[in-house]
Design a protein around this ligand. Structure first.
Ligand code: HEC
Length: 173
C-alpha cells in the first residue's frame, strides 16, 4: 500500500518536473505564468495608463490615449502577442519588443522602412518574451471574454482597498 502510493507521488513529481522541462501546458504552469503576467501588468509596464487597470479601456491616466477594451478582444493569443511586440502600425498602441521594426522576425516580416510614418511608438520599457508570454496568459485568464466587471472581480484582482472598484455592481446585480 505504502509503496504504491509513494510510487504515485514520485510519478506525479516526475510529471511535474517533466512539465517544467518541456513546457507542457499544465494548470500549475499556467497559474504561475499568469501570476507573473499580473506582476508585469501591475508593476512592470504601463499598459494600464491606456487600457485601465481592469483592461476595460478606461485609462488609469486620463491624459493617455484610450486603449482597446481587452475584455472584448477577438484576437487569438498569438495575434495578441504580435500586437504587443510590434504595436499597431498607424495606431497609438506602442511596440514593446526591443528589436521590433529593426529586425524582420518580430513584426510580420517588416521593418521600419516598410511602414514609414505609420511606425508605432516604442514603449519606454521593452518586455522580454518570457514576460510578454506571461502577460498574454494573464490577459486571457483574467480579462478576455469577461466584459461585465463586478465589484468582486475587481477586488479579487486589485485588492479589497482598491478605490476604483467602488463603482462596479455587486455580483448578481
Ligand atoms: C499609449 C497607450 C497604450 C499603451 C501604453 C498600451 N496600449 Fe495597447 N492599445 C492602445 C491603443 C490606442 C490600441 C488600439 C490600437 C489601434 O488598433 O489603433 C491598443 C491596442 C491593443 C491591443 C489590441 C486589441 C484588439 O482587440 O485589437 C492589445 C492586445 C493591447 N493593446 C495590449 C496592450 C498591452 C498588454 C500593453 C502593455 C504591455 C499595452 N497594450 C499598452 C494604447 C496603448
Amino acid at each position: 500500500m505504502r509503496n504504491s502510493s509513494s510510487g504515485w507521488v514520485r510519478l506525479a513529481g516526475a510529471a511535474l518536473v517533466a512539465g517544467f522541462l518541456i513546457g507542457l501546458p499544465s494548470p500549475v504552469l499556467a497559474q504561475g505564468l499568469a501570476a507573473l503576467g499580473k506582476e508585469v501588468w501591475l508593476t512592470r509596464s504601463n499598459c494600464r495608463d491606456c487600457h485601465g487597470s481592469l483592461g476595460n479601456g478606461y485609462q488609469d491616466d486620463p491624459q493617455a490615449p484610450q486603449g482597446y477594451n481587452l475584455r472584448e478582444t477577438i484576437l487569438s493569443p498569438d495575434e495578441m502577442r504580435d500586437v504587443i511586440r510590434c504595436g499597431r502600425p498607424g495606431g497609438l498602441m506602442p511596440s514593446f519588443q526591443r528589436t521590433a521594426w529593426t529586425d524582420r522576425a518580430p513584426c510580420w516580416g517588416m521593418v521600419a522602412d516598410d511602414v514609414g510614418d505609420m511606425i508605432p511608438d516604442k514603449a519606454e520599457t521593452a518586455l522580454a518574451d518570457r514576460l510578454l508570454n506571461a502577460l498574454v496568459e494573464m490577459i486571457f485568464a483574467e480579462f478576455v471574454g469577461k466584459p461585465d466587471i463586478t465589484q468582486e472581480m475587481c477586488t479579487d484582482f486589485l485588492g479589497q482597498a482598491a478605490a476604483r472598484c467602488v463603482g462596479f455592481p455587486a455580483a448578481g446585480n
